[in-house]
Design a protein. Structure first.
Length: 390
């Protein structure tokens, strides 16, 4: 029987696999881990932050993170895996300042009781992410850049350990890595969006800096064994692209095409990753970019499987989705989840470009654990497999 590697390879090669491959991204510390892996410093963020404050060894954190990632991917029977980045060896330890409260570099964090995640205590204040990047700091980075990028030859330690654990048990997964080249315009600070219009040469210098780093990281990732590379970054919202189609064509498309070329030269498929409604840039994003796959297929923003088929996108692109992670997996019933999975799989099997089942984004903090369990069990039922845990 074909294994995961062959199953995914056939999906990207526009050939019918024995069954639709299964892929997922799990929010670190999501409670879905608890019933599978237990509550550890690798699965419970409050426990982790307490342990970091108390001086836990970095190697112990890495082992816990790797065990959680391995066990959840094995439990759900994934074919393709994308791992979260490991805790940095030189991370800044938090200080415990109260019950479920911590401080890092003078910034206060609390445990969000609804999501069980550690978040900023004052997310709209000066500590907000959007206020951490200033025009002055970006200008300084551009001026200081000498055109080179320091190599990072060592694989991510969680990735390395998960591969060891999988190989020990005879499991062969396809590993995806996500690497950008500065094309995720949804994350641009406002001044950079203005640069595209008023300071295009300055913007190009910044984009070249980001692209140079991203292309090198792309080559390193393929050399380390990542066999699928996800690229792009968010470019659209529900109403359409964050920038005009003309600016996308002028600035973003060439960077994407250059990265796709590097990925293909390394023998890997390139997967575009972006939420939002992309119909205004359909030709450039799907047909002119050279990509092989598309994930974060945002059906609530209008990127429905039916329209992807109607527009001919499914004939050339492997669709990685499209179970609704805005409503169905967050608020729907098990019956609604099952119906959507069956419909999605039927549409996917009609698609000559290939299909890999995946939530429309990830198992994020608002996804109910029981609904994702229902999703995978519906997938298994569709293909005549035993339910999870049986």
């Amino acid at each position: 029987m074909p294994g995961s590697v062959e199953r995914v390879r056939r999906a990207f090669a526009h050939q019918a696999p024995d069954r639709t491959p299964l892929f997922e991204i799990f929010q670190p510390y999501h409670p879905i881990h608890w019933q599978i892996c237990g509550r550890t410093v690798g699965t419970d963020q409050a426990l982790c932050w307490d342990a970091m404050a108390e001086g836990i060894a970095w190697a112990e954190l890495i082992e816990a993170e790797a065990q959680a990632a391995f066990r959840i991917a094995r439990f759900f029977g994934l074919d393709m895996v994308r791992l979260n980045h490991a805790t940095q060896r030189d991370y800044v330890r938090p200080s415990k300042i109260g019950d479920k409260r911590w401080s890092v570099n003078g910034v206060e964090y609390i445990l969000n009781e609804r999501t069980s995640l550690v978040t900023l205590a004052h997310p709209g204040g000066e500590d907000a992410y959007s206020r951490r990047i200033t025009e002055e700091s970006v200008l300084a980075d551009i001026e200081a850049w000498d055109g080179t990028v320091a190599p990072q030859p060592e694989p991510d330690p969680v990735y390395r350990r998960v591969r060891e654990l999988a190989e020990t048990e005879g499991i062969e997964w396809v590993y995806m890595q996500e690497i950008g080249v500065g094309a995720g315009v949804a994350f641009y600070p406002p001044f950079m969006l203005m640069w595209m219009l008023t300071e295009p040469e300055l913007y190009r210098r910044w984009l070249t800096m980001r692209k140079t780093e991203g292309l090198q990281r792309t080559k390193e990732a393929i050399a380390q064994g990542y066999s699928v590379i996800a690229i792009g970054g968010d470019v659209s919202c529900d109403k359409g692209p964050f920038i005009s189609p003309a600016l996308y064509h002028e600035h973003i498309l060439p960077a994407i095409r250059e990265q796709v070329k590097v990925i293909h030269e390394g023998g890997a498929p390139a997967v575009y990753t972006s939420d939002g409604n992309h119909w205004a840039i359909k030709d450039d994003l799907f047909f002119n970019s050279g990509i092989d796959g598309y994930k974060e297929v945002d059906k609530r923003a209008g990127m429905t499987f039916e329209r992807l088929i109607a527009e001919g996108i499914d004939e050339r692109i492997c669709i990685i989705g499209n179970i609704d992670a805005r409503y169905t997996l967050c608020q729907g019933t098990s019956a609604e989840v099952r119906a959507e999975v069956f419909s999605c799989l039927k549409l996917g099997q009609r698609s000559p470009g290939g299909h890999i089942l995946h939530a429309s984004h990830s198992v994020h903090e608002d996804v109910k654990a029981e609904n994702y369990l229902a999703m995978v069990n519906a997938y298994r039922e569709y293909f005549g497999m035993q339910p999870l845990g049986s």
